[in-house]
Design a protein around this ligand. Structure first.
Ligand code: ADP
Ligand code: CIR
Length: 339
């Protein structure tokens, strides 16, 4: 008998692939930092609506528990494309919506975790404290248009933080999926956001990953947002060493975020396609894209504003993701115009 009983109604990937045989093989294993299978799958056990339901506690989890991570990764990212590809060089793509009739803003983020530190679902306060200090030191070395300020959720003025929240710069305490995984422990301690003075570059510290590096602008110009991100990552990489694996690429707490760890999204208003969702979903599927709610993952669509982004992060390069999103958006806008 498996020691885990997943909710009956759950359709998560972890439930699908965690057979009794695999469970028996893994249930007594531990990574060097003490991370176990029970900790990895807790979110999937507690949340019947989990899609994946498993988190990694450190880089080693991907090896120690590969019998369960591998099938989940392969199902999520695509069986044929399991090997990490990278091409994080600047692009110059044609404009898609220069009059801003549909696309309100573009946001591209990547996740990074520091080599030698446990991941966010497996960290105590002193580890988070060390990590925060180390990242702030690297951020303080940024130059020119990347120079900015760090706002600590723990220490800084609440009014200032409210203003950042209104500008979509802040992050919130993680949802119940992250909570069950242990990602929220000690929140808001050691959490904060850095932004460049022009507010086009942001770095979240100690959210789901050690760093989320974000380029955001009220534009439909994917190249300009992407090129900024490429330069920022390269600048931060000069002072920070990131957890990385040849096959899996950048390692992340959630297996959906490994590989490039990139999510490139636009907020796009589709008043007509909202009423013909089957057309929209067909295009989303054809271009391997994903829809999220207006206020982020697992939120609802407000005022016909969809968050359209890439679904796959492993087995496709960074510039491949942007080019594919560009093609998908051209098709979506064409369909919206035709209705
Ligand atoms: P992540 O992208 O970090 O995995 P979410 O899907 O929760 O996580 O998005 C984080 C935040 O970024 C949310 O507040 C969401 O509304 C905002 N956001 C996402 N895409 C865009 C965009 N293209 N323009 C403006 N804000 C965006
Ligand atoms: C889940 O398993 O549903 C959550 N842990 C979130 C997984 C990542 N998000 C996603 O696939 N959209």
């Amino acid at each position: 008998m498996s020691p885990f009983s997943f909710p009956e109604e759950s359709n998560s990937l972890v439930k699908k692939y965690l057979s009794q045989k695999i469970c028996k093989n893994l249930e007594h294993k531990k990574t060097e930092s003490g991370f176990t299978l029970a900790k990895a799958v807790n979110s999937g056990l507690k949340n019947p609506d989990s899609k994946i339901g498993i988190y990694a506690g450190d880089a080693q989890s991907y090896q120690t528990f590969s019998l369960i991570f591998d099938p989940v990764i392969s199902k999520y990212h695509g069986e044929k494309n399991l090997k990490h590809k990278s091409d994080i060089n600047e692009l110059n793509l044609p404009a898609i919506d220069p009059e801003k009739k549909y696309i309100q803003s573009t946001r591209i983020r990547i996740a990074r975790n520091l080599k030698g530190f446990n991941f966010s679902c497996n960290m105590d306060l002193s580890q988070r404290r060390d990590l925060e200090k180390k990242i702030i030191r690297a951020l303080n070395c940024l130059q020119k248009s990347f120079k900015g300020n760090y706002f600590s959720f723990e220490h800084d003025d609440k009014k200032e933080l409210k203003q950042l929240e209104n500008e979509n710069i802040l992050f919130h305490k993680g949802d119940r999926f992250q909570d069950a995984a242990g990602i929220n422990s000690d929140f808001p301690k050691c959490r904060g956001v850095y932004h460049s003075f022009d507010k086009k570059l942001m770095v979240w510290i100690n959210e789901e990953d050690h760093l989320r590096i974000i380029s955001l602008e009220k534009t439909s110009d994917l190249s300009s947002v992407y090129n900024r991100l490429c330069r920022a990552v390269s600048a931060l990489n000069q002072n920070l060493d990131f957890a990385w694996d040849k096959a899996y690429g950048h390692l992340s707490c959630c297996p959906t975020n490994i590989g490039t760890s990139m999510r490139a999204s636009v907020h796009i208003q589709l008043g007509k396609l909202e009423r013909k969702k089957e057309f929209l979903f067909k295009l989303i599927k054809a271009y391997n894209l994903q829809i999220r709610g207006t206020k982020g993952e697992k939120t609802k669509i407000e005022n016909a504003v969809f968050d359209v982004s890439n679904r796959q992060r492993l087995g496709i390069s960074e510039s491949g993701i942007i080019k594919n999103l560009h093609a998908g958006l051209m098709a979506i806008i064409k369909a919206e115009k035709a209705l």
